[in-house]
Write a protein that binds this ligand. Structure first.
Ligand code: CA
Length: 247
């Protein structure tokens, strides 16, 4: 082990991409949700059965759960009730999905502690807005602000990035990478740390993938003679240059 290895950031749990667990036995719907959540930059896990969800939730709670009501194994209602009974998951944001739109059922869903309740069929953009809003309430420090460094402006709410007034179009991975680096200007992150934070702890991806995405991010951010805000630190990794815009 190399002595200059950088210790993992202590606050990595609050600055990585939010993790969303989708518990839904209708495969087409589960796929649609995962696809849209991933496009917004979340790390998504899917399970189809209620009992599998319970196991998964006991291992390490995600940042938000989208929970179908009617599930094989254990019902969504029961899972929600149990989540609320446990100290570690009492405040975990839960969105319940259900095919039943009856007012009495809605009241029942909310009475077991769901934060929100969505009746199928629903609009995906509407559900995404509710996910964002719940995560913002749960982790205000992560999503509440814009990150600005000189002429670069990253807006977490609209997921837009601008430089010198022009729109910068980034894929979800490049967006997340920039967001993560911008949260701690000057701090050098190793490729392994960036993989954990941006791709997820379980990602089995070659570290060179990080270089590819940093390359894309630079290409998108830097036009003509503009300064490159990302610093490559040989043998260590990458950082957002803390002197950017100050010299
Ligand atoms: Ca179902």
């Amino acid at each position: 082990m190399n002595e200059t290895r950088i210790a993992p950031p202590k606050d990595v749990s609050t600055s990585r991409a939010p993790r969303v667990l989708v518990v839904e036995d209708e495969q087409a719907l589960a796929l649609l949700l995962s696809y849209n959540l991933e496009a917004e930059g979340y790390l998504v896990e899917r399970v189809e059965r209620g009992d599998d969800a319970e196991l998964r939730l006991a291992e390490s709670p995600p940042d938000l759960v989208i929970l179908d009501w009617m599930l094989p194994g254990v019902s969504g209602l029961e899972i929600c009730r149990r989540l609320r009974a446990r100290e570690e998951t009492r405040a975990l944001p839960v969105i319940m999905l259900t095919a039943r739109g009856e007012e009495a059922e809605r009241v029942r869903g909310l009475s077991v502690g769901a934060d929100d309740y969505v009746v199928k069929p629903f609009s995906v953009p509407e559900l995404m807005a509710r996910v964002r809003s719940l995560l913002r309430r749960a982790r205000p420090e992560r999503i509440a602000s814009r990150l600005i460094a000189s002429d670069i402006d990253l807006d977490r709410e609209t997921r837009r990035v601008r430089r010198a007034g022009r729109d910068i179009h980034l894929g979800p991975t490049e967006f997340r990478l920039l967001e993560y680096l911008l949260e701690k200007p000057g701090r050098v992150f190793s490729r392994a740390q960036l993989l954990d934070a941006v791709w997820g702890l379980s990602a089995e991806i070659d570290e060179r993938t990080v270089d590819v995405h940093v390359g894309r991010l630079r290409k998108a951010l830097v036009r003509g003679r503009e300064r490159d805000p990302i610093r490559t630190v040989r043998g260590a990794g990458y950082s957002f240059d803390e002197t950017f815009g100050k010299s």
